[in-house]
Ligand binder design. Sequence first.
Ligand code: PHE
Length: 390
Amino acid sequence: MMRPKQAVVAWLLAGSVLLSVCAAWAAEPSAPAAKPSGAPIKVGHLASLTGSEANFGQSCDRGVQIAAEERNAAGGVLGRPVEISVVDDQSKNQEVNNCMMKLIQQDQVVAVVGEIASSNTMAAIPTAQKYKVPLVTPGSTNPEVTKRGDYVFRICYTDEYQGRVIARFAYKRLGTKNAAVITDQASAYSINLSKIFTDEFTKLGGKVAVEVAYKKTDSEYNAQVNQALQAKPDLLVLTGYYTNVGNIVQTARKAGFEGPCVGGDGWDADTLYQIGGKALDNTYFTNHYTPDDPNPKVQAFIAKYKSRHGAVPDAMAILGYDAAMVVFDAIQRAGATEGPKIRDALAATKDFVGLSGTITIDAERNAKKNIVVVGIKDAKQYLKEAWKDE
Ligand code: PHE
């Protein structure tokens, strides 16, 4: 029998032997990956490269392209190179179907990454279902998206969670009680996020004093802002996308509103800071990632992205990268390129370590992910709070 002290020493010794074995193994120069060969496996990217949400599509595409490059450098998929076919829907819902048809019929893609805006992803679903081509959205958070077809997956959280976090943050951290909610009436994302916020904020004891709608094509927002401010709110809730948000916050500040404004992931784009500038002080939004994440994989990606594009990646770049990597991984595990087989492999995705967190696809084809609350000061974002469920 070993005495306790001896036992500990024995364990430590065994541990250090194991550690040095691991270290030697890790230090061994890994055999260079075999160069992929044969016909490329094509994966589509449905994106808003131009138009009102151009930042989303462009950032996402940069992430998708880096993922393909890294996967090819690591041997490709099933020994073949992967190739991305990107189509631009111009941020227009009515263009989505043509884009999907081009990807499927002309480019012969085996799966599609996209879209970002929930309304656009929804518009892509009937075609994906019809041709049995899996559709993996990096960023569409509207709960409805993955309910519309068994070929549709998402690798991000849903607005059921995001809307609750915005409400709790506003009520508990900011101490606000009387909200004006301002919604993009053509966006499924915005409409639903406003609703979830309202339900939760009211449940907590807050009040939604007024609900105001706008169209993303409106050129100015004086009428909406006046209507909102008449209710004397202590909080503005903006559930739309960055271009409108930047303009509305500007208008509200000019009209004398100094209180906090909050919103969701649709805020995250460089253009927001260009439009909103200093008016964005004391505003907050929930997001999928923070550049302050110390994870070395995230920091390595940020460094690579910066050296290429001269900017820190936004959440879309990170999510685009993760979505593409999840698709490549599924094709590899499927051992085949037929839609139904890739679909099944996607559904079985478990503990996939991405830049935006660990991705496990659940029975509803959703992923449970962490949320961060970002604050803005001097037109720059900072990590306000890594949200822990409460
Ligand atoms: N979540 C938004 C939607 O569903 C899109 C989005 C994702 C925007 C990620 C920014 C970052 O419409």
